[in-house]
Write a protein that binds this ligand. Structure first.
Ligand code: NOJ
Length: 491
């Protein structure tokens, strides 16, 4: 490798075997929303209802058409030279009403085989090309039938999710060795069930996030135990779940109240989910006391944050084989006493959260302020808080607006700085980071932002019925990083 002429720039080579990936999710790329017997999921219903909850009432009925165009996606994966590809299974493509019972009872092999074959081919093709699959069981697209029965608000879903997980481990686990059970349970709990921004679209302020988080944590833990007791010995894979987490820093680093505020904000954003699973089966003490106090002021007889039983705590504690985190941005926090009149989980912690106005945004009006150093801080926090776990960054990315220039030089600069921060995390902070997945392989359906926000390494022309994929400059540059297992940079 040639050395740069700039003195303080050197080759930053990553540890051998470092995983360089990209990620997608079924609803965001597949299309084929009712193809070959697929059952409807909550996003199918939500987008079909219109009502201006999604940018221009767009849907992912077609999206990138990946259900019919897997070979084209594979070409992109090969061009990049990815070592790992993360994708999700569409639960209702495999089990149209979400339950394994439905298929077995009807004996409807046709439906079953269509869904399974699609994913079998993806997995086999990836492996044949030396790419390791990481498979997410559930990425926001709950089968509609299950939502109709209460979805994540009911405890009954824990068993149903476990049955689905066992079905997937049993069907694909001979070849898939890296599993994510639930993608961003924290985002789902807050966006879907607290605020009603995601389907089912009904806000439940003050209770929705806690109630559904509680069931998601149990569902994950139960599925992990099923893997551990029924599949691990034979399949020898690893199972975790993927958390969204910003880095949240004190607005005034010298202020003790701001430092405490930032800790409470991290507790709500990440530790609410991660501490039970990685430490002791229980929620952070600071959250338990804050929510209990606020609930009491509001006239509740008990805390709005549910409690785990001792048996549940034993089940939850230690139910993950690695730490998966998805980082997009950083925020500042300062103490702000909230009134009990504001019924809202986010208001339970007496914190005001905001970006530094000097930070660039990746795209106009985006929530993503570009703060590469925040990722290094977050990784160090995870190392220190969670006993130095093996960490995968299962998503990181920067959107462009639509139309997005193929020459995305500025965006690549964000990626480059981010990769440099990863290097520092590994070599200076000694974080056990094993992989990095760019969100996303393709421009795709960005939930309520529809196709207006483009995260792809490959541009997808959604106006062309052939949905051609064209690499952005970032794709070309990322391929070089992968090939060199590193980047030029400075420490
Ligand atoms: C995380 C989610 O998992 C993914 O679905 C989404 O598109 C990206 N964040 C970008 O917002």
């Amino acid at each position: 490798m040639a050395f740069s002429s700039t003195l303080n720039h050197e080759e930053l080579t990553f540890p051998e075997g470092f995983c360089w990936g990209a990620a997608t999710a079924a609803y965001q790329v597949e299309g084929g929303w009712d193809a070959d017997g697929k059952g409807p999921n909550v996003w199918d219903t939500f987008t079909h209802q219109g009502g201006d909850r999604v940018f221009r009432n767009q849907t992912a009925d077609v999206a990138c058409g990946s259900y019919a165009r897997w070979e084209e996606d594979l070409k992109c994966i090969k061009q990049l030279g990815l070592t790992h590809y993360r994708f999700s299974l569409s639960w209702s493509r495999l089990l149209p009403d979400g339950t394994t019972g439905f298929i077995n009872q009807k004996g409807n092999c046709f439906l079953k085989i269509e869904g399974i074959d699609y994913y079998n081919k993806m997995i086999d093709d990836l492996l044949a090309n030396g790419v390791t699959p990481m498979v997410t069981l559930y990425h926001f697209d709950l089968p509609q039938h299950l939502e109709d029965q209460g979805g994540w608000k009911t405890g009954a879903i824990v068993e149903v999710f476990d049955a689905y997980a066992q079905f997937c481990f049993g069907t694909f686990g001979d070849r898939v060795k890296l599993w994510i059970t639930i993608n961003e349970p924290n985002v789902l709990a807050f966006c879907a069930y607290e605020k009603g921004l995601f389907p089912p679209g009904i806000p439940n302020p003050g209770t929705g996030a806690y109630q559904t988080a509680h069931n998601m944590i149990k569902a994950h833990a139960k599925a992990w135990h099923s893997y551990d007791s029924l599949f691990r010995k034979k399949q020898n894979g690893q199972v975790s779940l993927a958390f969204f987490s910003p880095w949240i820093a004190p607005a005034n680093p010298a202020s003790v109240t701001d430092q405490e505020a930032a800790k409470r904000a991290m507790a709500l954003a990440l530790d609410l989910f991660a501490k039970p699973i990685f430490i002791d089966g229980d929620y952070p003490a600071v959250l338990k006391s804050q929510v209990a106090a606020m609930s009491k002021k509001q006239g509740y007889l008990s805390s709005r944050l549910p409690e785990f039983t001792e048996e549940e705590k034993r089940m939850i504690k230690g139910s993950a084989d690695f730490f998966a985190v998805q980082y997009y941005t950083t925020r500042l926090a300062k103490h702000h006493e909230n009134s009990e009149k504001e019924l809202n989980c986010l208001k339970d912690i007496d914190v005001e959260i905001f970006p530094d106005p000097s930070w660039q945004v990746s795209q106009q009006d985006s929530w993503i302020h570009v703060v590469p150093w925040g990722l290094r801080k977050l990784l160090k926090y995870i190392k220190d808080t969670y006993n130095n776990p093996v960490i995968y960054i299962t998503e990181n990315g920067f959107p462009q607006g639509d139309p997005a220039p193929l020459d995305d030089t500025q965006r690549w600069e964000y990626f480059r700085q981010t990769i440099q921060e990863l290097y520092k995390a590994i070599h200076l902070d000694e974080v056990s980071l094993q992989g990095y997945y760019v969100w996303s392989l393709l421009d795709n359906f960005e939930w309520t932002e529809g196709y207006s926000s483009r995260f792809g390494l490959y541009c997808v022309d959604f106006d062309n019925p052939d949905l051609p994929r064209t690499p952005y400059k970032s794709a070309v540059e990322y391929a070089k990083v992968i090939q060199n297992n590193g980047i030029k940079g400075s420490l």
